[in-house]
Design a binder for this molecule. Structure first.
Ligand code: SF4
Length: 401
């Protein structure tokens, strides 16, 4: 398996392949040619056809300020090396000083033509959770220790950057108000959720309301095309940060332990990515929200100090009860049902941990089994429920209320 870094990427929402990947590419290219006084980025294929609606240009200009972005729809996809191709060019005093063709290959990942990236390096010899479990048990180490033994020493710095970016997104989202773009008229609700305490509210209700506010804050920032962290995707970016933010700021868990939990969540996402899919277009929302829910349950269970079987069971429960979840975003915007779904998944992750705490010794399904099931279910799913906006809520939505 590759590094857990492949699961977490910072970039503009609302789409991993159309905004996070291009932002990442722009950032990398800008670092290569800091002496340039002008940049030109030409988009081809899917990026050229849908990039304007998805905000690809804005994402590139965030990563490469001042860049000129051109949408070239003339080249047929059959003549492109990849459906999401970008040509980056750097100029100095009107002269071309460097160029790269970069491909956005999904989940926010990129590949630079004729180069092997760090992302493609295999970091873990293990391929599934059962193999990881075996190593951890035979050496009496935790999942976090297992991760730190395999990853580059810089992983802690990387996780801290990721956690800082997640927190920034929540804080921005909690301050923002107004209507989200795209024409659906969806109002931001995070701030209202955080402030609207009910009369005689119980501690449980407060916890759910506050975590939901954090999830809405992140997902609303994503829908507004602002900076988020994929975990594992943009559409599902509100689940994990909401629970971890609550645990640090409302429950007082130290940041060092939050970073360990983030690492464990990354490992779970990595197992799913390696053996199944984290793409709504490939396997429906179970692959996005189901994976995020599973990652969050594992993170929370490890934060509570539960044993490795309990962590696995929490992740398994969280995925199992998202099986079959379709992707049907209304008008193709990552708003309905996506934003609310992030908050619901955060609460489901907490319930999964509560069950795993008591019932792990009676479990019958392993994490690897549920991941395989999710993948097969996704493959069997009718195409209209896989991020096409041709089925489900996207089809039935009346738009008159
Ligand atoms: S419904 Fe589709 S777009 Fe929305 S979060 Fe789920 S997978 Fe992503």
């Amino acid at each position: 398996m590759k590094s857990i870094k492949s699961v977490y990427k910072i970039g503009n929402g609302p789409s991993s392949s159309h905004t996070v990947g291009p932002y990442h590419a722009a950032h990398v290219f800008g670092k290569r040619y800091p002496e340039a006084d002008a940049y030109k980025v030409t988009l081809f294929g899917s990026l050229a056809f849908t990039g304007e609606g998805h905000g690809t240009g804005k994402a590139i200009k965030t990563g490469l300020p001042g860049a000129e972005v051109i949408y070239n729809r003339e080249v047929p996809e059959s003549e492109l090396p990849h459906p999401n191709t970008m040509l980056f060019e750097a100029f100095k005093n009107g002269e071309l000083i460097g160029s790269n063709r970069i491909f956005s290959i999904g989940g926010g990942s990129i590949r630079i033509e004729n180069e092997t990236s760090d992302e493609e390096t295999e970091v873990y010899p293990q391929q599934n959770f059962n193999q990881i479990l075996h190593v951890c048990k035979s050496r009496s180490i935790s999942l976090a220790q297992f991760i730190y033994r395999h990853e580059d020493p810089s992983i802690r710095i990387y996780l801290k950057e990721i956690w800082d970016a997640m927190q920034d997104t929540i804080r921005r989202g909690l301050k923002a108000e107004g209507i989200l773009p795209g024409g659906l008229g969806v109002a931001r609700k995070a701030r209202m959720l955080l402030e609207k305490r009910c009369y005689n509210e119980s501690a449980d209700v407060t916890m759910n309301r506050v975590i939901a506010a954090y999830a809405y804050a992140t997902s609303e920032e994503n829908a507004d095309e602002n900076i988020v962290v994929t975990c594992p995707t943009c559409g599902s970016c509100g689940v994990l940060p909401s629970v971890l933010y609550y645990m640090q700021y409302d429950r007082g868990f130290p940041e060092e332990e939050i970073l360990d939990a983030l690492a464990v969540a990354g490992l779970i996402g990595n197992v799913i990515r390696t053996n199944a899919s984290i793409s709504g277009a490939e396997c429906g929302c179970q692959a996005e929200i189901g994976s995020a829910c599973s990652m969050t349950a594992a993170a929370l269970a490890s934060l509570y100090g539960l044993n490795i079987d309990q962590v696995e069971y929490a992740a398994e429960i969280a995925m199992e009860h998202n099986l079959g979840l379709t992707c049907d975003p209304v008008k193709g915007l990552v708003q309905i049902p996506c934003i609310e779904r992030n908050a619901v998944a955060a609460m489901r992750a907490i319930s999964s941990v509560n069950l795993s705490r008591f019932l792990f010794s009676t479990r019958k399904i392993s994490f690897d089994e549920v991941v395989e099931t999710m993948y097969q279910t996704g493959k069997d799913m009718n195409e209209k429920y896989r991020e096409t906006s041709h089925g489900g809520l996207a089809e039935i939505y009346y738009a008159d209320h």
